[in-house]
Design a protein around this ligand. Structure first.
Ligand SMILES: [Zn+2]
Length: 174
């Protein structure tokens, strides 16, 4: 079970053939996550089951399991974060089709290209599952720093999830 995930797949063809693929995705390859991580050790186990539902919608059911070392924004030390994601995505060739999707699906917008790297989608799903502001649940700063640290956090402006997402999207385009 240590084979790597294929780098190029044709999701529509896979759906029509009911293909299942599985493999590992090294955390080092999740480059858009790099600045949120304390280190890039480990792998994410990925299983993707492609199929077509009764209404003719091609979809993929994904399971992503692993562990990440996020950076705690309070003490700047590693904070273990369990990845246990189940996703259900409808394969969509055009934005116009997103509106008509049954509500259990999120869209995976693919355009018409035949070759897609599934790692990009897995990385998107992991980014959506991360805590907006990762912080240890325990008081992780030494006591004398604690009150100062708390004050600083309270004066921080709240970050909108949409701002974070659009920042991530911008990074992707570079
Ligand atoms: Zn901490």
């Amino acid at each position: 079970m240590h084979q790597q995930l294929p780098r190029e797949i044709d999701p529509f063809r896979f759906a029509h053939n009911g293909v299942q693929i599985s493999g590992t995705l090294p955390v080092t390859s999740l480059t858009r996550l790099a600045d949120k991580l304390a280190n890039t050790q480990g792998d994410i186990q990925v299983t993707l089951q492609f199929d077509v539902d009764q209404t003719g919608t091609p979809y993929v059911e994904g399971i992503f399991v692993g562990q990440l070392a996020l950076l705690c924004e309070r003490c700047m030390q590693a904070m273990p974060f369990k990845v246990e994601i189940k996703s259900l995505l409808a394969l969509v060739s055009h934005e116009r089709k997103i509106e008509g999707l049954a509500e259990q699906y999120d869209p995976w917008l693919l355009g018409h290209s035949d070759a897609v790297n599934p790692a990009d989608m897995v990385e998107d799903e992991i980014i959506l599952a991360l805590p907006l502001v990762p912080r240890h649940e325990h008081a992780c700063l030494p006591e004398d720093l604690w009150s100062a640290g708390e004050q600083q956090i309270e004066t921080e402006k709240p970050v909108s999830p949409f701002a974070v997402l659009s920042a991530l999207k911008t990074n992707k385009e570079h």
